[in-house]
Each structure stands twice: as structure tokens, then as C-alpha cells.
Design a protein. Sequence first.
Length: 231
Amino acid sequence: MSAPVTLDRRDGPYGEVVLRRRGDHHEIIANGCFLMDTSDGRSERRLIDAAFETLAAGSGAEPVRMSEKRPAVLIGGLGVGFSLAQAAADVRWGRIAVVEREPAIVDWHLAGPLKAVSGAALADPRSVILRVDLLAHLRDTGDRYDALCLDIDNGPDWTVTEDNSSLYTPAGLALCRARLAPGGVLAVWSARPSAAFETALRNAGFSGVRTEEIRVARGVPDVVHLAVSPA
């Protein structure tokens, strides 16, 4: 592998964030922890599609009740832009809101190298960037969504910052349920499966809890944890 070249390094509100180029790809590092890169993106895209498929399927016995003619999705974490681009490429989605708390990451998409991934999606009139912490948005907004697609950590058991861990607690999962429309879907990306998180989802009142594996180019498969809010 080629040596990385640092393109930008900033001290953000939650620590240091770095954008690096490695060969033809870009990668984001937060507080020395690798977050993601542009080399693959299959699991980040699957996060969006699996949420829509689960939403459309409903609970089985009851048809899904969407809050809009086209369902609204909240994407937690802009990252390198794969999830946003996947949602915007699908005309079946309605409003597409992306929560991103790091100003540097937003800048890299609006006027930096990551614009190549997300530029068309950000120009889509359905898309909006919310420059706020995810947990703060879940607490403060009155909006409800048909799907929450969250990718702010390397997984429920491997958080980027310590304060993120509260998202995966009973109180954090209750916030997610409160922001979901009846029958809405919570989808959480993870670099590895978490049986404890599956149990936490069931204990929080979600149904249809399952974990989908996505094979990646190297290493263990990524996963998407999926759960349905009560209708």
C-alpha cells in the first residue's frame, strides 16, 4: 500500500480530524482512529438499501405506515459520502437529512476532494446537511423520520468518542424510537457484529431485530444492525 499523504488536519470541537490521500483514495482519521475511506463503500451503501427494504416490508402482519408519500431518512454521519450518495440516487426516498458535527468533514464535501463522491447528492433538493451532534438533534428536533441510518462510530462496541456511547444505551435507543414514525426502521452500521447490541434493541422495544453481514475486500465482514419501531 502507498504511504498516506495528509491533505488537511484540524482541531475540531470533538478532537483532531485528518483527511488523507492514499493512492487514488481518501480516508478520514478522527483522534488517531481510522473511520472510513473511499476504497470500497459497499456496506455504507447497503446501510441505506437495507433500511429501505426493511421499511417497505413492514412488520409482516401490518403494512408499513410511512410519514410521507416518500419516506424521510436521517443519515447519522456524513463520512466520505457513500450513504448520502446512495440515498440520493434512489428516487423512492423523500427528505434526506444528514447530521454531521465536524465542520471539517462538511468542508471537505462542499469544497474539497470528497465533493467527487457527494457533490451530486448535496445538490439534490431533497438533501440537507444538519451541522449538529446526532444526539443533540435527536433530543431537540420535533421531526420524525421513517428511517434512521446511523454510521457515526466503528460500531456500538467501538465508539469514536466516549460521549457517543450514550447513543447505544436504553436512553439513546429511546431517543431513536421517539424520532421514528410508526413502523420506522433503525439501521446501525458496525465494523463487527454485536450480540449485546441486538439484545439492547429488543429490550428497547424494537421488533424484527436482525444483523446483516456485508463482505468487504479485506478483513471480517461489516454489518448492519436493523430494527423496527412499533407501529
